[in-house]
Ligand binder design. Structure first.
Ligand SMILES: NC(=O)c1ccc[n+]([C@@H]2O[C@H](COP(=O)([O-])OP(=O)(O)OC[C@H]3O[C@@H](n4cnc5c(N)ncnc54)[C@H](O)[C@@H]3O)[C@@H](O)[C@H]2O)c1
Length: 454
């Protein structure tokens, strides 16, 4: 539990919140934990129940037993489960028509009623369909997912996964495992795509990053420090990068995770070469880079001068592009290996726009554009490029916001609370997993389904 979360549950925090009429937010299930109740699997099709099999096969690989769904097909007596259920996974990969959507409603209704706290609703759909109705229905699933996410309570979440026709059950394992486990605690109402990558049909690995070198920038504190800890837990050798003034805390984080510290301003023109040299002297290559370092210099656009504009764009975007160019050059000793991973940090402020943050929004939306641009170019070397977009996360930065304003921000999402740095870190860990090969060019928001913006 983070310091701020502790503060909320402290007697003083409870008293202030009660006075302000605020309910205690649900405690979220986190980490490598599975739902407690049973996992219900429904395969729906085109009005006749019976559809795709990839969901069932992926759940078998994950070692999860499943139960059959209760179907709401009696208007007089709404059907119900006898006990709470842990998750509903709906394989809608064969769904192409409006009658098929009724099948979805009929399995969702009883499940939403019975879902346990921090339970999961997961819908698997095809990313590409032929025909107007099928395409419209595929998009309709997005509206359903976003709405179910908003209606679910007590920390339960909804996720829509678009699965390419060439994806195998092995390609889905890391994604479905992440979504069902507590690692995805603060990812809600989101949709992203899994492509075919011919992953072997292996189960989830508890330490998927064992022995792999991962560079984390801005690792001295906040989200970066949490990323270093979470990736080290998953077996990674961490190269922790931060500016020289943060040297002491950087060294503390690097020691704690058994990694190495590299004091470096990432805006230096030779930053990429310095990182590569640091890694090469250890006889290693980089498996992953997490471009986490970022700054804000907020002002309304009418007050934003060239200095505020340039510094944010350079730290948050320009530096990243320069480092990528060097580190992804196959000739760079100590650069990124084949099968490597790039993860950028965007922000919901960037994607949705936020008053007073034109420079920051430009840089963070730019990160989303960057990974989309890089992904196809890197595919032939099996390197993926993705971004996470955090919403309100409990860090030193957000702790400085006055209490009432902070409460409004942190509650403006479907889970009624701020996320923890570890929630961002867990999502990055999922994208870095070697089994997440089929996920590239995507942005996964870690925002509890922020109610602000698109
Ligand atoms: N906290 C949130 O709610 C939130 C929300 C959305 C996105 N983000 C993003 O997540 C990332 C981490 O955020 P945080 O809240 O932990 O911020 P933070 O300010 O607590 O930490 C950022 C770290 O980056 C380092 N850094 C800054 N400029 C650097 C440079 N030129 N070279 C090397 N290191 C540099 C800082 O020294 C610091 O240690 C940032 O990219 C931020 O934009 C945060």
């Amino acid at each position: 539990m983070g310091a701020l979360e502790k503060a909320f549950y402290s007697p003083a925090g409870k008293a202030i919140s009660a006075k302000a009429g605020l309910k205690e937010p649900p405690r979220l299930r986190r980490g490598r934990t599975w739902p407690q109740g049973s996992i219900v699997l429904a395969s729906i099709g085109d009005g006749g129940f019976g559809g795709g099999t990839i969901g069932a096969e992926a759940l078998t690989l994950l070692g999860r037993a499943t139960e059959s769904p209760v179907v709401d097909d009696q208007p007089e007596t709404p059907a119900g489960y006898g006990a709470r259920i842990g998750a509903l996974v709906v394989d809608a990969t064969e769904l192409i028509s409006i009658p098929g959507l009724e099948e979805l409603r009929a399995v969702l209704r009883p499940a939403v009623r019975a879902i346990e706290p921090s339970g999961r609703i997961v819908v698997l759909a095809r990313s590409e369909q032929d025909g107007w109705e099928a395409k419209a229905v595929t998009r309709a699933l997005d509206g359903i997912n976003r709405t179910v996410g908003k209606e679910l309570r007590k920390g339960a979440t909804a996720t829509l996964l678009y699965v390419d026709a060439d994806a195998s059950p092995g390609d889905l394992v890391s994604t479905l495992g992440f979504v069902l486990q507590g690692r995805s605690a603060f990812v809600d109402g989101q949709a992203w795509r899994v492509s075919g990558a011919s992953q072997p049909a292996d189960p989830l690995d508890e330490r998927p990053l064992a022995g792999r070198t991962i560079v984390v920038t801005g690792a001295a504190r906040g989200i970066g420090a949490a990323i270093a800890r979470t990736l080290a837990r998953d077996g990674a050798r961490i190269v922790a990068v931060d500016i020289p003034p943060a040297g002491e805390s950087l060294a503390a984080v690097a020691n704690e995770v058994g990694g190495t510290a590299l004091q470096l301003d990432i805006t230096a023109v030779d930053a990429g070469a310095i990182i590569a040299a640091h890694v090469a002297t250890r006889g290693e290559k980089i498996y992953g880079i997490v471009h986490n370092a970022g700054i804000t210099r907020d002002k309304m656009l009418v007050n934003t001068d060239a200095q505020r504009w340039g510094s944010v764009l350079d730290v948050n975007l320009g530096a990243q592009i320069r480092m990528n160019e060097v580190l992804l050059d196959p000739k760079t000793e100590g650069g990124v290996m084949e099968g490597g991973r790039i993860v950028g940090i965007a922000s919901t402020s960037g994607l949705a726009g936020n008053k007073g943050q034109t420079n920051y929004a430009a840089s963070k939306a730019g990160v989303a554009g960057l990974v989309a641009a890089m992904a196809p170019d890197l595919a032939s070397r099996s390197i993926t490029a993705n971004a996470v977009a955090p919403g309100f996360i409990e860090t030193d930065m957000t702790a400085r916001i006055p209490f009432v304003q902070r409460e409004i921000f942190r509650r403006s999402n479907s889970l009624s609370q701020g996320g923890q740095p570890e929630d961002v870190a867990e999502t990055i860990g999922y994208l870095l997993d070697p089994r997440s090969q089929g996920v590239s060019g995507q942005v996964v928001r870690v925002c509890g389904q922020n109610l602000v913006g698109a």
